[in-house]
Design a protein around this ligand. Structure first.
Ligand code: 6PG
Length: 471
């Protein structure tokens, strides 16, 4: 009998890698993991559910030898050179038709390069976005695979088994060619940044309105049972209850306001400029994380500028109602901008990304999962070529229902001096997007005045230049 009994291999047995393998084993697959750290191999085996087929080995060649053909080998290692190093170590051991999967947050251009290089050797390379963190990996992530359809066919049964489920639908689907999987994950993270920024701004406004952490918990917990239902709102409600185990108060109050980031949101913003597609809420979210790092300057500036003169205030219940609609409005705009970027990128970069499948797999398991995604899934299934969900009538009615309170809230926060760059940029994008006429004709005149960059007219075709100042 062949020794090759294992159906799936994992390189890198950190918590994510271990949890994905254990998830597969719990669904009946024979899995094998490799890590240079022997304790991680032991931890994999000791964590396995009794009766499942799980093995951890310290030699990569041993893992490859024990895998059924075509071999399916996934890596969960830091993006960049470590991925190329793993590929280099794998190549002498693999055979034509085998599949290498990068499940980390790699940049899609690196994935594209790897797909093309390995295609020359008849090795399939897939970039797969995995969202949901360590818990999601163990119990059901959202999975965003890209690459060639043959490779996807080899791994589809396992991915469908371990993915989060919405009804009986797995939160995984083939999301397009070559770097598409990592591209979709990148945009997922861009939307994640945007929604996290909007929630933090909502927190700032409610805090300005005098709510304590217990009251914040109650507000977000209530919202999570209504139209703002989402994973991020759910965990935010829980965060306000967490006590500081090093002190006597609430943990959130003693956490530094200097936000970190591994960079995936920044990539989204950078690539949006390349396409180009406007994603100002994502851009703003990245910028606000950067600005949060200027702590010393912000303390100095606070001394110099102080607070606005007028001390705006509203009854708590009224303020909460305004924030509720503004957060809902801006959250929809964040998804709209990210999805419009995917629509454009799919065409420009020839990735054939199916937007109905993207929003469908985001309904469960991932960080940006929310009840809104059910609406978006219906919208894209009705029209897969929708360039922007704001053009869908059902979405438009949801946006319109929250518009008035959004405008009132933004006016209140602006007069109160509360920084709400994300909320403001979502409204500014909305007002520009729905403007049949924009004031950018003046920019064209300015460009032609100082740079002779020419302009078009609204009343006749052609390209024009004017010697400005000469009547
Ligand atoms: C997910 C997350 C995850 C991401 C972390 C860190 O989908 O599970 O997006 O992939 O790496 O959230 O993100 P930042 O450090 O960039 O905030």
């Amino acid at each position: 009998m062949s020794d090759s009994i294992f159906e799936f291999g994992m390189i890198g047995l950190g918590v994510m890698g271990r949890n994905l393998l254990l998830n597969m084993a719990d669904h009946g697959f024979a899995v094998i993991g490799f890590d240079k750290d022997a304790t991680k191999n032991a931890a994999l085996e000791s964590s396995a559910t009794p009766g499942t087929t799980v093995k951890g080995v310290g030699e990569l060649s041993q893992m490859i030898q024990l895998l059924q053909r075509p071999r399916k080998v996934m890596m969960l290692v830091p993006a960049g050179q470590p991925v190329d190093d793993v590929i280099t170590s794998l190549l002498p051991l693999l055979e034509e038709g085998d599949v290498i999967i990068d499940g980390g947050n790699s940049h899609y251009t690196d994935t594209l390069r790897r797909v093309k290089a390995l295609r020359e050797k008849n090795i399939h390379f897939m970039g797969i976005g995995v969202s949901g963190g360590e818990k999601g990996a163990r119990t059901g992530p959202s999975i965003m695979p890209g690459g060639d359809q043959i490779a996807y066919g080899h791994v589809q049964p396992m991915l469908e088994a371990i993915a989060a489920k919405v009804g009986d639908e797995p939160c995984v689907a083939y999301l397009g060619k070559e770097g598409a999987g990592h591209y979709v994950k990148m945009v997922h993270n861009g939307i994640e940044y945007a929604i996290m920024q909007l929630i933090s701004e909502s927190y700032a406004i409610l805090k300005h309105g005098g709510l304590n952490n217990q009251q914040m918990h109650e507000v977000f917990a209530k919202w999570n049972n209504e139209k703002l239902q989402s994973f991020l709102v759910e965990i935010t409600a829980e965060i306000f209850l967490q006590k500081d185990d090093k002190g006597t108060g609430d943990l959130v109050d003693v956490i530094s306001d200097k936000a970190g980031s591994k960079g995936t949101g920044k990539w989204t913003s950078q690539d949006s400029m390349e396409l180009p597609v406007a994603v100002p809420v994502i851009d703003t979210a990245v910028a606000m994380r950067t600005l949060s790092g200027y702590k010393d300057e912000r303390v100095q500036a606070a001394e110099i500028y102080g607070e606005p003169a007028g001390n705006e205030s509203l009854p708590s219940e009224e303020l909460i109602a305004l924030v509720y609609d503004a957060l809902y409005f801006a959250t929809i705009l964040s998804y709209a901008q990210g999805l419009a970027m995917l629509f454009q990128a799919s065409k420009d970069l020839n990735m054939d990304i199916p937007l109905p499948e993207v929003v469908s797999v985001w309904r469960g398991g991932c960080i940006i999962r929310s009840s809104l995604l059910e609406t978006f899934t219906t919208a894209y299934r009705q029209n897969p070529e929708l360039s922007n969900i704001l053009l869908n009538q059902e979405v438009a009615s949801l946006v319109k229902s929250a518009e008035d309170k959004t405008r009132s809230l933004i006016a209140f926060a602006a007069k109160s001096g509360i920084p709400i760059a994300g909320l403001m940029s979502s409204l500014a994008y909305f007002d520009a997007y729905k403007s049949a006429s924009m004031p950018t004709n003046l920019i064209q005149a300015q460009r032609d005045y100082f740079g002779a960059h020419t302009y078009q007219r609204i009343d006749t075709p052609g390209t024009f230049h004017t010697e400005w100042g000469q009547q």
